[in-house]
Design a protein around this ligand. Sequence first.
Ligand code: ADP
Ligand code: MG
Length: 380
Amino acid sequence: MHPGSAIGIFGGGQLGRMLAVAARVMGYRTISLGPAVDCPASQVTDFHIAAAYDDLGAAEELAERSDVVTYEFENVDAAAIERIAELKPVFPSPSVLRVCQDREIEKSTMRELGIGVPEFRVVRSVREAVEAVGEIGAPVVMKTTRWGYDGKGQSVVRDDGEAASAFDGLGGTEDAPVIVEGFVDFEMEVSVVCARNLDGEMRTFPVSENVHVEGILDTSIVPARCSDEMKAEAERVAMRIAEGLDVVGLIAVEMFVTRDGEVLVNELAPRPHNSGHYTIEGCETSQFEQLARIMLGMPMGDVGLRSPTVMVNLLGDVWEATDGSPDWAAVLGIERAHLHLYGKSGYRVGRKMGHITITGETAEEALAVAVAAREAAACA
Ligand SMILES: Nc1ncnc2c1ncn2[C@@H]1O[C@H](COP(=O)(O)OP(=O)(O)O)[C@@H](O)[C@H]1O
Ligand SMILES: [Mg+2]
C-alpha cells in the first residue's frame, strides 16, 4: 500500500501516538479509536473516533476509514477486533491477540512450542490455590489470567498462609482463574521485539535488559549486559514464538534469564512494547516504523543498533514530586537526551507519562546519564 493509505489504530494511548508519528513521517494517514476525545493518539492521528472499546459500531467505522488496522493494547474485548477483522486486514491477527490476552492460554501455548516458562498452576478455588502454593513452594507470584498490566492484578505470596487471602484479593473464582507461578530468582529480565511480515521473514530488534520497579518497567538498557549466547537464545525464543503464533506485525517477548543461564518466557505482547521505545533513537528503524512497514506490505527496515542506548520511563511520580511541573529544561540541557512526553492531561503516581532516551558510547555511560536526566526533571 502506498503513501496516502490509512492505518487504523485501535487504542488511544502512547503506543498509538508513536505509531502515528512514524506512519506520518512516511506519508501515511492514521485513524485512532479510544474512549477520550483528547488522548495521546488523537493528538497526532488524522482522525479520531471517540468511542468505548466495546462499541461495535465505532469499531466498524474504524475499519471503514482504514485500509489496514492494528491494536495498541491488548486489554480489550476481542469481539471488537474480531469484527474489524471481518472487514479489513488486522495485524497481528485476532488469534494472536487471544493467546496474549490470557496468561493460561499464553503459558500453555509456550509449553506446546517447547519454550520454557516458570513453573505454574492454574487455580480456580481457594483449595486449589493453597494446594498449588504448597506444591510449588513459596515464594510464588499469583496473577489474574486476564486484564493485568504494569504489575496490576498480581501479588507475591511469601508464605503458605497467605495463599487463600491472595486468591480472594485477586478476585479469583471458578470463572476468574488465577495463575500461581514460581517466583523466579532471575539474573536479569530481558525482552525482544520480533518483527515478522506476511512472507514469514523475521527481524529481531536488539535484546533489551529491563529493570522493573514495583511491576512497572523503569529502565531499558541496550545492549543488554549478558553474554552473546544469552542474547542469541533470547532472539531464538522470540522468533520461535513469532513463527509458532504466525504473527504478522510485532510480538514483544518478556523473559527472565535465570542464574543458571536459562531463558524463561514471562509474557507476550502482540504490539510495540515499552521496552522497545529505545529503538526510536537507538536503531536504524524504530519498532513503530517497522510495524507500519509490515502492515503496508513494504520491505522491513534495518534493525541494527546505532549506538548503546538507555531509556528511562517518566511516571506520574516525577510530576507529583514537582507539583505538576518537572524541569524539562534541565533534561533538554543534557546532550543526547531525547524527551518524549505523551500529552496525557492528568498525572497519577505510577502512570506512564513519557520517557527519556539517552544514546551513549557505552550502555553504562548512557545509563548514568539517563538516571541523572530523570533526577534533574524531578528536582523541584
Ligand atoms: N514469576 C515471577 N518471578 C519473579 N518476578 C516476577 C514474576 N512474575 C512477574 N514478576 C515481576 O513483575 C513484573 C510484572 O509482571 P508481568 O507478569 O510482566 O505482568 P505485567 O502484565 O503487569 O507486565 C515482571 O516484569 C517481573 O519484574
Ligand atoms: Mg510484563
